[in-house]
Design a protein around this ligand. Structure first.
Ligand code: MF3
Ligand code: CO
Length: 249
């Protein structure tokens, strides 16, 4: 069952979403070559504290940090470390969640550090555009397959791989609720979206093959071919017409 949120619940999700958005904005602003991925985590920890929000990922299935920082061929769930140093030309995906009064927000963005290659720029732009195409399709009366299909079409047009093992998801009282939201699918199929549903849409695209594997830390997901990937995510409220993005400032 896909839960419908009340106005009160949505208010808390707005607060959680704002804490995530503010954290990601500060990280985007402060990221520099020479910083460690643990430094990125520290920025988020201090923003959440200031905003009275709790980290959503810390302790989730034993995850040990506040953010996921995934660099280049790392797709998602990179664990922050003081030994992992960001360098010029890296594509740094930062994913994080926050909790306010028991309600969750979840978002991700991929940040280019310094100058990057044209195909990498295309990867970032296309993945972010796919997120926004997905958001645009996500409205009261649409079907879930419409969202998935609109994301997949953007990748196909630009010849990018779509990661299939991981999906977007419902979100609210828990980080992951029903439904799962694949980044590929058939328009006109799947459950109908309704006002009051809250979902996280999160395309993950790759420059090469979409095949991924886990590293031995049990968390970090990387592309098998070692080519770069990107990840963008927002938590949104379904309503009539355009959805409301909850993880935006
Ligand atoms: N943002 C991820 C998702 O939407 C959650 C990361 S899993 C965690 O599924 F363990 F790191 F929290
Ligand atoms: Co998510």
């Amino acid at each position: 069952m896909i839960e419908i949120k009340t106005e009160e619940e949505i208010k808390n999700m707005r607060l959680a979403g704002r804490a995530v958005a503010e954290s990601l904005a500060q990280i985007r602003d402060k990221i520099r070559p020479g910083m460690s991925t643990l430094d990125i985590d520290s920025i988020a920890v201090s923003v959440l504290e200031k905003m009275g929000a709790k980290p959503a990922f810390l302790g989730y299935r034993g995850y040990p940090a506040t953010v996921c920082v995934s660099i280049n061929e790392e797709v998602i769930h990179g664990i922050p470390s003081d030994k992992k140093i960001i360098k010029e030309g890296d594509l740094v995906s930062v994913d994080m969640g926050a909790i306010v009064n028991g309600f969750y927000g979840d978002a991700a963005t991929t940040i280019p550090v310094g100058s990057i290659k044209p195909d990498e720029k295309k990867l970032l732009e296309t993945t972010e555009r796919a997120l926004y195409e997905g958001l645009n399709a996500a409205r009261d009366g649409a079907r879930l397959g419409d969202v998935s299909n609109s994301i997949e079409k953007v990748a196909s047009k630009k010849n990018l791989g779509v990661v299939r093992e991981f999906t977007g998801h419902g979100i609210g009282r828990r980080l992951h609720e029903e439904p799962a939201i694949p980044n590929y699918g058939i328009a006109g199929t799947g459950p109908v979206l309704k006002y009051g549903m809250t979902i996280a849409i999160e395309p993950m695209f790759c420059l090469g093959s979409e095949e991924v594997k886990f590293l031995s830390d049990g968390w970090t997901v990387v592309t098998c071919d070692g080519l770069k990937s990107a990840h963008f995510e927002h938590t949104v409220l379904i309503r009539e017409g355009e959805c409301e993005i909850l993880t935006k400032l």
